[in-house]
Design a protein around this ligand. Sequence first.
Ligand SMILES: [Cu+2]
Length: 381
Amino acid sequence: MGRRYNLCNIIVVLGVFLGILGSCSTGVNSQILLSSHKLKMFVDEIPNIPKVYGYEVVDGKAVSTSLTIGMFQKFWKFHRDLPPSPVFAYGTSKRKATIPGPTIEALHGIDTYITWQNHLPKKHILPWDRTIPTAIPRDEEGVPTVVHLHGGIDEPESDGHGHAWFTKGFKERGSRWSKKTYHYHNQQHAGNMWYHDHAMGLTRANLLAGLIGSYIIRHPQVEDPLRLPSGDEFDRVLVVCDRDFHKNGSIFMNSTGNNPDIHPEWQPEYFGNVIVVNGKAWPYMVVSRRKYRFRIINTSNARFFRFYLSNGLPFINIGSDSAYLDRPTTSKRTLVAPSEIADVVIDFSKSKSSIAVLSNDAAYPFPSVNHSLPDSIPPSY
Ligand SMILES: [Cu+2]
C-alpha cells in the first residue's frame, strides 16, 4: 500500500472475493478476458464519492433546489494496473462524472428537482440484444436511458418508467415519457436509496456500463438524537458491484445468449469476478479506532453478498434499505441482496488487529450450494 500510517489506524480492505466461476462459466475466450487473480488487491484507496445537495441554504433556511445531472461516456480507472475503461457515468459535467455517480443528499420535506440529461453517443459500449422487448429509437441511433430512484416514493411521472426513456438531447422518447425534470418530494423517512438507469430491456447493460449512484434523505430532527457517526469522514457510502474486464480494460459483458436460437445475446444474470467498491477494484481504506457508519449498497446484477470482517468485529445493523430499524441488531454477518442496502455501524475501537478484510462468503447464484466459495481471505491476512 506504499504509505505509512499511524499505528492508531486500521486498514480495512473491501469486498474481497477469490471465487472461481464453476459451472456458471460463460465459455469466454480467456485470451481477451482478464483473470481476476492478475489484479493485485488493495492497491487503490477507496474514493469518497462526490456529493451534490438536493437543497440550498438561504438565510440559514433550507429551500428547494434544481439540479442538472448528465450521463456521459468517458474513461474510468477501476484499478492501478488496469487500462482506463470506457464507461457511462453520471455527473454534473463530463469532467466531474464518476463511477458511481455523485451521492445526492436531500433533506426530508424539501423538494429536489433534477433534470437528467442524456449525453451518450450513438452506440452502446456493451452488447444490446434487440430481440427482447427493449427500448429502441426509431432511427436506431443513440442509447435510451431513464432514471429510477430505487426506494423513492414519488409521483409516477418522476419514477423512471421503463418506457419513459429518452436519447441524447431528448431527441427520441419512449411511449411513457412525459417531462424533462423529475420532482422528488423527499417526504419519506430518512434513509438510503440509489438511482440507476431503468430503460426497458436495457437496464442491465446500462447499469453494467456505470449508470448507478446513491441518494440519501437526511432528517436532522429525527437523526441527530441517534448520535450516529456523522460527517464525510465517518459516515460513508459503499457502492458495491461485481464486474469482469477485458485485458484492454473494457468492461466485459457476455454477448452470447444462454438461449441463442431465440435471443442471441440475452443472459438473465451477470456475475463478475472482480469486486468494485466506489469505482475501484478491491480498494482499501484507512480508518481510525472509532465508530464508522457504512451505507452499503449492492448494485450488482445478480450477486448476493454475505459480508463479514476477518477480525471478527460485528456489524451493528441500524437500517435496511430506505428506513431505520426499530432498534439496532448485532450480527457477525450481513446478507445484502442485489439492490438491497445495509446501513451498519462498525466499532473499530474494539479491533484486536491492524487489518480487517471486509469479505464475502455468499454462494452464487444465491443460495445454491453448488457454487459456494473457498475461504475468501488471503492467507497473509
Ligand atoms: Cu432499482
